[in-house]
Write a protein that binds this ligand. Structure first.
Ligand SMILES: Nc1nc2c(ncn2[C@@H]2O[C@H](COP(=O)(O)OP(=O)(O)OP(=O)(O)O)[C@@H](O)[C@H]2O)c(=O)[nH]1
Ligand SMILES: [Mg+2]
Length: 321
């Protein structure tokens, strides 16, 4: 079993895209041996910079990701792109659109694109995104761009793991302002007003500048607000300059890296303990009955969790002796 993983890891070291794709799928499926394989991948990673692209639906995130990727490839960077797909049936059309728009970057030399479903990620969405980032990083990608759709908590959790967070807005955006209010404002590194060919662009820039002044402390006042037309590439060189500048600055912030590492451990612990205990109860066929008992008020979820945790402690003690 492990030879198999080792073989994949050896090929990832050489930058093989096929090996990357296979490894990502196997880690996503939590195939036996994934944990040991990721331990090795972690040691191989740590060089890549991560960029999160978020913003309201239809703001031009995919088009912008495409254009920035092209610009970065021209500047000799190798790129990984993670497109977080909406798996809701209501946005099925957007998913197809994304795939089409992504085909351009897919064919670029040195660019590796991977889609990720928002539903059904075994280890949780942000944990899964981190795994993919690490594998791309280990394969030698310099910059990894994560495009998320929407501004739900799951998306915020993903982009929070990025070194740079780009928030994409459009002129005259009623919705966009709402999105910014929903917790994105605090974590943005760069605001991009895309579709700058549309009316009202300067007013939107002024609105965001005003919100930044109201909401942030003095240290955050120099968050760039840049205008782009993703479809023609206008403003994208300047945006890329600002991005690279910010990534360089982040590199020097030790606190930030430590904070992110703590969060990584916590996320992993949370997801893996839950996955382990839940899986055990499932295997033992206890879940259905327990659910019925809780609904009938014969039991409560608190004591169920207590029992699960106690079984974990008991197991641990057994192993010690
Ligand atoms: N006029 C104009 N249209 C643009 C610009 N950038 C993107 N578009 C168009 O806007 C539409 C949506 O662009 P996408 O890149 O799919 O936007 P998105 O934010 O990725 O959309 P979702 O992933 O569905 O949330 C497409 O038809 C693009 O061609 C721009 O700068 N100006
Ligand atoms: Mg998109």
């Amino acid at each position: 079993m492990f030879n198999d993983w080792q073989n994949l890891i050896d090929n990832i070291k050489k930058g093989s895209e096929r090996a990357m794709a296979r490894m990502i799928s196997r880690v996503e499926n939590r195939e036996p041996g994934w944990l040991d394989a990721m331990k090795i991948i972690h040691k191989m990673s740590g060089k890549a910079k991560i960029v999160g692209v978020t913003g309201a639906p239809g703001a031009g995130k995919s088009t912008l990701t495409n254009t920035i990727t092209r610009e970065l490839v021209n500047r000799k960077y190798t790129i990984g792109v993670i497109a977080v797909d909406p798996s809701s049936p209501f946005t099925g059309g957007a998913l197809l659109g994304d795939r089409l728009r992504m085909t351009e970057v897919c064919n670029m030399e040195g660019v590796f694109v991977r889609s990720m479903a928002t539903r059904g990620a075994l280890g949780g969405l942000n944990v899964a995104a981190r795994d993919i980032v690490k594998i791309m990083d280990a394969a030698g990608k310099d910059i990894i761009i994560i495009e998320t759709v929407g501004v739900g908590q799951a998306e915020i959790d993903i982009v929070k793991t990025a070194d740079n967070i780009m928030v994409v807005c459009v002129p005259g955006m009623g919705d966009g302002i709402q999105a910014i209010k929903a917790g994105i404002m605090e974590i943005a590194s760069i605001f991009v007003i895309n579709k700058a060919d549309r009316e009202g662009v300067n007013r939107t820039v002024a609105e965001i500048a005003m919100m930044l002044n109201i909401c942030s402390g003095p240290s955050d006042k120099n968050i760039p607000i840049l205008k782009t037309i993703a479809t023609t590439g206008e403003g994208v060189a300047e945006l890329t300059d600002a991005l690279l500048h910010d990534l360089e600055a982040k590199d020097k912030k030790k606190d930030w890296v430590e904070e992110r590492t703590k969060e990584e451990i916590l996320n992993l612990l949370e997801k893996e303990v839950a996955r382990y205990l839940w899986g055990k109860w499932e295997k033992e066929g206890k879940i259905d009955n327990t659910v019925k008992q809780i609904i009938a008020r014969e039991r409560d979820p608190y004591s169920v969790v207590e029992e699960m945790l106690e079984s974990l402690i008991a197991e641990h003690k057994c192993e010690q002796f």
